[in-house]
Design a protein around this ligand. Sequence first.
Ligand SMILES: [Zn+2]
Length: 415
Amino acid sequence: MTESERLVLQATQVLTCPGGAGARRGDALSNVGLVEDGAVAIADGRVEAVGKKAELRDRFPDAPRVDLSGCVLSPGLIDSHTHAVFGAWRLDEYELRCAGVPYMEIAKRGGGINASVADLRRRSEEELVQLARGRLRRMLEHGTTTAEVKSGYGLTLEDELKMLRAIRTLSDEDWIDIVPTFLGAHSIPSEYKERRAEYVELVAQQMMPAVAESRLAIFCDVFMEPGVFTPGETRRILESAVGHGLVPRIHADEFESSGGAELACEFGAASADHLGAVSDSGIAALADSGTVATLLPGTLLFLGKEGYPPARKLIDRGVAVALATDFNPGSSPTVNLQVVMSLACSRLSMSPAEAFVAATANGAAALRLSDGSGTLEVGAPADIAAFGVPDYRLVPYLYGTNHCVAVWKRGRRIH
Ligand SMILES: [Zn+2]
């Protein structure tokens, strides 16, 4: 290794989010691994060393340096729940909701998820790639270096595969890591409204094997909620997923508890997401499981709802908590995980340190990433976000703006 192939980034604070692969719980969730006047040496796309500026200056005296005084360096943010591939925004629906029209009424008038489904079916794969590329690029500019992206606006075999291929194309471009999830069970499409059992079988018997065979998804998600998919239907779909080698995750207990957290744990799901109405038995099950509780407070803010998940109780009981945007055109049109961290502090009573760990290391755990993603420990991928503030607590505190000033992906500066 010549010195010129190495790069040393120096900053006012470095957060390493230590603890290796796997989720942080309890007190470990507030350990950001703070190094004041810190530096990170990167080589071969990985973190080679982390320490005090002076230490790394002595160790690598001739390496080129980037001076980021006044900045915080953190692991690239990991957004473990997004629906980033879709067609148009849903502005008419937004206006109706602002005027107080209830969501179910909007859905009856043809709005909601099924409006995005009708829109997506009309678009080409190339068009979807282009639209999503711009949105993911903005996500990256806000500090996110890895994002999970779900299908779920196609709801036919052909259109679900079209979405998953669009996700694969973007993933192959290699400037942001994308983890693909099959969400054929996002909604009952309108043509199956009177034949829902048939749609569930279509997902379980036809879509699942085709998705598994195409290797276009790692995870399988189900929107389990009263009015969407029942516990029985969810079980049927997840059994098929497991049978075909896909790892389950569940949209669970968002507005009403229907045992979603419990079912996620029973299936060994990677995550149970939303959890605004999680029951005590659901919390107990999560605490005893490897399932990460992914909280999405941006959705509640945007929908103007209360019913935030009981983050404090979850953390105090030992549940692994992650934060994500739920980026989608209907209920959470933000790519900004920093603002989700602000909401976590203001609405979920999490500390700024917990918010950082939940948006980095625990996001990685929710996606079962075991390569050190979500940390800046030695050997981890050099996926790094620089925030233009001298104290990490300012990132959630000065809410609503983008503090990210630079991003490195595998050691390469891409923003
Ligand atoms: Zn979602």
